[in-house]
Structures are given as C-alpha cells and as structure tokens.
Design a protein around this ligand. Sequence first.
Ligand code: UD1
Length: 341
Amino acid sequence: MQILVTGGLGFIGSHTVVELIHRGYQPVIIDNLSNSNIEVLQGIKNIVGEIDLPFEQIDLKDKLAVTNFFNTYTDIKGVIHFAASKAVGESVQNPLMYYDNNLTSLIYILQNIVSKKDMKFIFSSSCTVYGQAEVMPITEISPRQKPVSPYGNTKTIAEDIINDTAMATDLQAILLRYFNPIGAHSSAEIGELPLGVPQNLVPFITQTAIGIREELSVFGNDYPTPDGTCVRDYIHVMDLAEAHVVALERLLNKKVSQKVEVFNVGTGKGTSVLEIIQTFEKITGQKLNYKYAARREGDTAIAYADTTKVNETLGWKATRTLEEALSSAWNWQENQKQHTI
Ligand code: UD1
C-alpha cells in the first residue's frame, strides 16, 4: 500500500519511512531538501535494502506540482505530513515565511486529498500547542494556549484547518503532538541533521562532545525543578516513528471513534537538562564542556506528557530508554562527522 510521506528525508520523516517499509508499506517521499539532504535517501536504503523508493523533489507551495503529483500517484491511500519549517527563532524573525510555508503546503495537500475516498491523514503536531501548560502531566484535554512562537502557532492553526476540513469532508485524520524527539536509527545511517548551529539540546550536546561546538550553554538553573534546570519529555525518534505507523493502521482499520483524533506522543517521563548531560557523560565516558547561562526566552520550566490515551487507545508505548536514545544520537554524530559545519 502506497503512503505519501512529506518531509520524508527529514529527521522524523526518514525514520518513519524506515518503519513503514519494515511494516510492509510502500512509502513515496516528497521533500524539497530545504532542511534535509538527498544523501538521506541512500541512508534509508542502506537500512532497508535497495528497494524501489520513489522520491519527488517538490516544494509543496507549488500548487500545480502538488496536483500533478496526486494525478500521477493515484494509488496513495494515506498521507503522513511532516514537511514544515521548524526553527523557533527563525519563525520569530520571519513569521510570514513560516505561515506561508507551513500552512500553504498543508492547504494544497488537503485540497488534493479531500476528494479522494477513504484517504487517511496523519499530521505532525507538537506539544507546543499547549503553550506554557500549568498542569503536569499534559493530557490531550489540557487547553491549547497561544504558542510562544509563530512556528508553534502554525501547528495550532494547522490543527484547526484539519479539524474544519474533516468536519466538512470525508477526511479522517490523526494529530500526533510530539514532545521532544531525540536519537537516531540504531544503524547510525540516518539521524538528525541540523543546519548550522543546532537549537535543540541533544544535537548541541553531541556536536560539543565531538568538538564542533566549544561549549554547551545550559539555559537557566534557577527553574522551580529538582535541580533547577528545565524538564522535558525526550522520546526516541524510532518510538515516535512506530507511533506514526500504529496511528496509520488505526485509520486504515477504521478503528477511529472521531473524524479527528489527537494523541500526545511522549514517554510520560520528565528529564532535566542536567540529567541529560549526566546520562550522556555516563554512556559515552566523556566529560561534556558546559556552563550555566541565562534562561532562554519562551522556555517553560516543565513539560511532559500524560501518555494514558496514546497507550490505551492507540495501543502504543515508548519502549526505548533515554540511554539508548542518547547513545544512538552519539553513534550517529560520530558516523557523520564530515557532514556537519
Ligand atoms: C523545541 C520547540 C518545540 C519543538 C521541539 C523539538 C518551542 C518552545 N519549543 O522544544 O516546539 O517541538 O523543540 O524540535 O517551540 N537547552 C539548553 N541549551 C541548548 C539547547 C537547549 O539548555 O543549547 C534546553 C532548553 O532550555 C530546554 C531543553 O534544553 O529546556 C530542550 O530544548 P530544545 O531541545 O530546544 O527543545 P524545546 O525547547 O523543549
């Protein structure tokens, strides 16, 4: 069965493509390579074998190209939509680029698939839609609040667009709200490839440990948390990839109880920045160069998921440990030294 994966050469997209193939699906990848590398395609094939893996370099803001794609690939039964810009700081500098890129592409895809019978849609949402949540852990019925960045706001608006579209058409969708995806495939053939200076914690740690960055700044050590540093819910990207396939199968097997279902995808466990550093040092045997710095604007002290709904309704649970996630991220970093700036 053919499944379109937009942004299929990106971090989460590429791992999901691998998982789809393992489960017997035929992914078709669209990616505009704006924040990914064509070499990822070979990385995927190095894992799954030299199979036929269709790839189309399309910018989803090109309406005609999107329509032509769907007129060509008529057997597609589902879409997993990852393609989006995701740099929080950049979105503050250039909000129009973010609203245009993340929402125009979504609208063009939806316009093309709503007329198709039984089309399934999975959307890459984020815990950022909860804003600065007051009650932990965060459940799916926690109120959505204004996200701290235009990037985050594109996720909230996208959820609304999908909801409204599903109410008016046959579309069935699942929104997956990710917490903090980290790690890499165990083969170290694919992983996270941040362009320039990483904004996210784990790529910054691995790049510091390997000598590309001099020092990690820990943003704030005076938060109301046990060790004063922020707490997040770090989920192994392969667990997250599996959640997408399980969600897809729920849609394909007509198990959904609403036209649009929402799931938090995390481990349910909070880990502080210091704990991440200590675990990383333990598994790699290295001392990480870090210092305490001022809080980063927009950061919330604590965010971790209540995973009851995703565990019970979707029948999915994160199984990989933090140690596995960090050691896979480290293996990946060591394996692709030559690619980083
Ligand atoms: C951010 C985005 C989120 C997105 C997620 C995954 C917001 C507010 N956050 O989450 O939407 O889904 O990335 O890409 O929109 N830290 C340091 N030093 C660093 C980098 C990070 O101390 O150099 C700390 C941060 O303060 C934070 C934690 O590490 O407490 C995790 O940061 P990061 O990896 O950037 O993820 P989030 O900000 O939680």
